[in-house]
Design a protein around this ligand. Sequence first.
Ligand SMILES: Nc1ncnc2c1ncn2[C@@H]1O[C@H](COP(=O)(O)OP(=O)(O)OP(=O)(O)O)[C@@H](O)[C@H]1O
Ligand SMILES: [Mg+2]
Length: 257
Amino acid sequence: MNDTIPATVIKIGGSTLGAQDTSLQDVVELHRQGQRPVVVHGGGAMISDWLKRLEIESHFVDGLRSTSAPAMEVVLGVLRGVVNTQLVAEIIALGGRAVGLSGVDGAIVQGEQYDERLGFVGRITAANADILNSLLDAGVIPVIAPIALEAPSQPLNINADTMAGEIARALGAAQLIFLTDVDGLMDGTGAVVDSLNAERAEALRAEGVLSGGMIPKIDACFRAAEVGVAAFIANGTQPHTVHRLVSGERIGTRIEA
Ligand SMILES: Nc1ncnc2c1ncn2[C@@H]1O[C@H](COP(=O)(O)OP(=O)(O)OP(=O)(O)O)[C@@H](O)[C@H]1O
Ligand SMILES: [Mg+2]
């Protein structure tokens, strides 16, 4: 059809949000150079904070936040309202043309509930990149909150790493970059693993070295790598991590398909 430049999906961790990092500067710069960045963000810490303030009970099941109907309203309000709007505003302030959306908009990402204990937490059943490609064609930087649509009309809470992985897959992105608050995936000695294949990932998982927030990241990396996306995990709190990665510098953890 056309020889469009492939997208670069950048997942900004809630853990690095507001940390005065240079990630958004890098995103705008990348866009200015003619690349097609897409931002997916988390926001778990802010959700926890708001649930506490509103005195809404929530607990974790296997690392995922069990999401009741009232908690889902908070998830929507915080992710799609506060965090997404803030990121869009910051990108615009930096001179980029950002548009905020979630997987519900245009039914870009569809999901289903899969575990009673988790309530309105979803797994992704389909992702359609058409609308994102139209936005990219129009020179827009899409900023996506991790919420999916369960037909006919129920929004679901999706892990942001999973969301980023599925969006990178659907877009046929060139790169998927997870920005987090550590230098990459660390092994049992605390050293950053610079290159990770599936075998090594399974070994680290079996050793219990891979835990918490790293698990969905690694899973999403391999899901995306399967279809040829180059996936990375790197420290978003360090200056110009995105710029350095797209320039080919070897920092953080690179996933080998
Ligand atoms: N083997 C490992 N190597 C590195 N970090 C690990 C490892 N196992 C668990 N972690 C944890 O994973 C965390 C990063 O994931 P976390 O979910 O907390 O942040 P995030 O995904 O960047 O932000 P958010 O979930 O808000 O979007 C690290 O801070 C670290 O504590
Ligand atoms: Mg996380």
